[in-house]
Every structure is written in structure tokens, then in C-alpha cells.
Design a protein around this ligand. Structure first.
Ligand code: NDP
Ligand code: MG
Ligand code: MG
Length: 341
């Protein structure tokens, strides 16, 4: 069974005398920098000169330098700029990696697919919160934390795992629990999950459900509610109580209908074939090559697909309905207040 590391498994002495360069001050970057700082770790935020977040980081009491300066001074360099710009940022900081330093990631794409090739005398690790940055920050402030992953790709010092756990502790993750994985497993499961199920699968299912109802003459508003809006309620139930938690909460009619008709749509044989193809392209690097080449050519397919998604009728209908309903607006306002608090 999988070991879950908690606070008592981490030794803060592995990080308390180190300087950490946090490159980027976005979703993850701001949360890591502030949590590390408040845990007593010496932090330098690395940002490009014209960065819109430079002042924000300084106003929060953090020291800010350009990435090359921050990395040269640091013992641990944490890559928290977008994955697609990491190879370019790496080129700018590479000379600042001394023997025994750590190059650390929150996602393994660039290491796993060979877009960044660090020298052999540095530790290459991953400490990845399983959550968006604002929750990494908010839970830490409450004395809690979000679950996280650690992985060691290259252990030059012999202490790479201990150093990763100490970092995970300093950002709050060991308060919730940390699981060890590998770069390969993290990348392949992450890409598969977002493509086949979470982002790709779910949106295709919602759009097809909507189109089927509208094509049959039902109102777009009803189709939006039934096939998109209510998804959140069902997913929340599954998140809290698993499949049985959800089945127990919906009506017996919904349960019987779902259990018998679900496979009309997600046909076992066909769906498995599609999922295996998604996984194959992740494993053999075809997806990575395609996405890297998109980024090298100004993203032609990405832009086209995104424009088509934006034009889908469900966006129009949904946008109008979401504006109409006060409870959503109130929920958003509460959420924002909580983030600021
Ligand atoms: P963001 O998109 O939020 O990062 C934006 C930051 O990167 C900004 O500070 C921005 O500064 C800086 N930046 C952008 N372009 C450049 C550049 N060319 N040179 C220097 N700095 C630049 O990233 P995330 O926090 O979403 O992701 C960071 C890492 O964390 C990724 O590896 C991601 O996979 C991983 N991760 C993300 C999660 C999430 O929930 N977001 C969850 C788990 C892992 P500027 O003002 O200069 O643009
Ligand atoms: Mg993910
Ligand atoms: Mg991902």
C-alpha cells in the first residue's frame, strides 16, 4: 500500500538553512513563496523585469529579482512559470545551478519529455500540491494544507527525498498528506486524466447531451440546465461520498436510469479503445510532440479549437442564464471574500 507522509515524517532542517528561488508568482508561485516565507525559509521570487506581479510580490514582503539572479543565489530553484515557457526560463537560469542545488518542479512534463536537461550534479525533484494555488495559500493560512505529491528524478546529493519532504512541509502539504510518485507516473496520469475524463471527456459529453436535446426540439435553457449546470451538483456528491454517496442522494429513478442507460452512451468497447489511444499517445510522446510543435508555431490548432468552443451555442445560453441567477453571483462574491480574507 502507498505510504502517506505527514508532518512527523518531514525534517525541516533540510530546508531551514536554504534559499529558495520561486520562479513565477502566479497561481502556484504566490502560494509557495508566501507559505515558505512564513515557514521561516529564505525566499527570493524570480520574475522577468516587466512582470505585472513584481510589485505585488514586493508589497507582500518578498524579495524579487530576475530569474537568473534569484537562481544564482538559491540552493533550491522552483519552476513555477507556465510549463510552455519553462524551457526558455531554464536556459536563463541554468548557469546558476551549482553542484548540490535542487531544481524542482510542480509538474513533470518538461523533464519527462526531455525539454529540460539538467546537469547530473543537481537534485531534480517534484513537490506538487494536488490543488490550485489559492487553496494552497488559503489552507496554509488556516493552519491546514492540501494533499501533495513528491517525486525524485535525480538524486545527486543522496538527500533528494528528505529535501522534497521538507519543502512539502514548508508549504503545508504534509499537514494533509504527501504521496510519493515518479515523474513518469505523474505526467502520464495527469495528461490522461485531463484529456480522457476531466477536461476532454466531460466537455464532449456535456456538448453532445445539449445538442441531442436541442436538436430534438427542447429549449436550449432546459438543455443547458440538464446537461451542464447540474453536473456540478452530481460531481460534488461523488467528491464527498464516492459513487454510492451520489447514487444514494439522487432519486431511485435517476439511479436505475443511470445504471442501465449510461453505457448506451459510453459504450464499453468503443470508449476503452478511445481511452487506450489517448494513453498510447501520452506514453509514446506523440501528444507531447504535437503540443510542443504547436507552441513553436504560434498555436494554430489551439487557437482554432478554442474559437470554435467559444462559439458553441451552449456558451451563449449558459452565459445568459448564469448572469440571470442571483445565487451563483452571491456564491462567487462569497468565494472572493474568502480568498481576500
Ligand atoms: P501561472 O500561469 O499562474 O504562472 C504565471 C507566472 O509565471 C506569473 O508570475 C508570470 O509572470 C510568470 N511568467 C509567465 N511567462 C513568463 C516568462 N516568459 N518568463 C518569466 N516568467 C513568466 O502558472 P501555474 O501556477 O498555473 O503553474 C506553474 C506550475 O505549477 C506548472 O508547472 C503547472 O503545471 C504546475 N501546477 C499548477 C497547478 C495549478 O493549479 N495552477 C496545480 C499543480 C501544478 P508575468 O507577470 O511576467 O507574466
Ligand atoms: Mg492535473
Ligand atoms: Mg495537467
Amino acid at each position: 500500500t502507498t505510504t502517506v507522509y505527514r508532518d512527523e515524517d518531514a525534517d525541516s532542517s533540510y530546508i531551514e538553512s536554504e534559499t529558495v528561488a520561486v520562479l513565477g508568482y502566479g497561481s502556484q508561485g504566490h502560494a509557495h513563496a508566501l507559505n515558505l516565507h512564513e515557514s521561516g525559509v529564505d525566499v527570493i521570487v524570480g520574475l522577468r523585469e516587466n512582470s505585472s506581479s513584481w510589485d505585488e510580490a514586493e508589497d507582500a514582503g518578498l524579495r524579487v529579482e530576475t530569474p537568473d539572479v534569484a537562481a544564482a543565489e538559491a540552493d533550491v530553484v522552483k519552476m513555477l512559470v507556465p510549463d510552455t515557457v519553462q524551457p526558455a526560463v531554464y536556459e536563463a537560469i541554468e548557469d546558476g545551478l551549482d553542484a548540490g542545488d535542487t531544481l524542482q518542479f510542480a509538474h513533470g512534463f518538461n523533464i519527462h519529455y526531455g525539454q529540460i536537461r539538467p546537469p547530473e550534479d543537481v537534485d531534480v525533484t517534484m513537490v506538487a500540491p494536488k490543488s490550485p494555488g489559492h487553496l494552497v495559500r488559503r489552507t496554509y493560512e488556516r493552519g491546514e494544507g492540501v494533499p501533495g505529491l513528491i517525486a525524485v528524478y535525480q538524486d545527486a546529493t543522496g538527500d533528494a527525498k528528505e529535501r522534497s519532504l521538507a519543502y512539502a512541509q514548508a508549504i503545508g502539504c504534509t499537514r494533509a498528506g504527501v504521496v510519493e510518485t515518479t515523474f513518469q507516473e505523474e505526467v502520464e496520469t495527469d495528461l490522461f486524466g485531463e484529456q480522457a475524463v476531466l477536461c476532454g471527456g466531460v466537455t464532449e459529453l456535456m456538448k453532445m447531451g445539449y445538442e441531442t436535446l436541442v436538436d430534438a426540439g427542447y429549449s436550449p435553457e432546459m438543455a443547458y440546465f440538464e446537461c451542464m449546470n447540474e453536473m456540478k451538483l452530481i460531481v460534488d456528491l461523488i467528491y464527498e461520498g464516492g459513487l454510492m454517496g451520489m447514487w444514494n442522494s439522487v432519486s431511485d429513478t435517476a439511479e436505475y436510469g443511470g445504471l442501465t442507460r449510461g453505457e448506451y452512451v459510453v459504450d464499453e468497447e468503443y470508449a476503452r479503445e478511445g481511452m487506450e489511444q489517448v494513453l498510447d499517445e501520452v506514453q509514446d510522446g506523440e501528444f507531447a510532440r504535437e503540443w510542443i510543435s504547436e507552441n513553436q508555431t504560434n498555436r494554430p490548432s489551439y487557437k482554432q479549437l478554442r474559437a470554435a468552443e467559444e462559439d458553441h451555442e451552449i456558451e451563449d445560453v449558459g452565459g445568459r442564464l448564469r448572469d440571470l441567477f442571483a445565487w451563483e453571483a452571491q456564491e462567487d462574491a462569497d468565494e472572493k471574500e474568502q480568498v481576500q480574507a
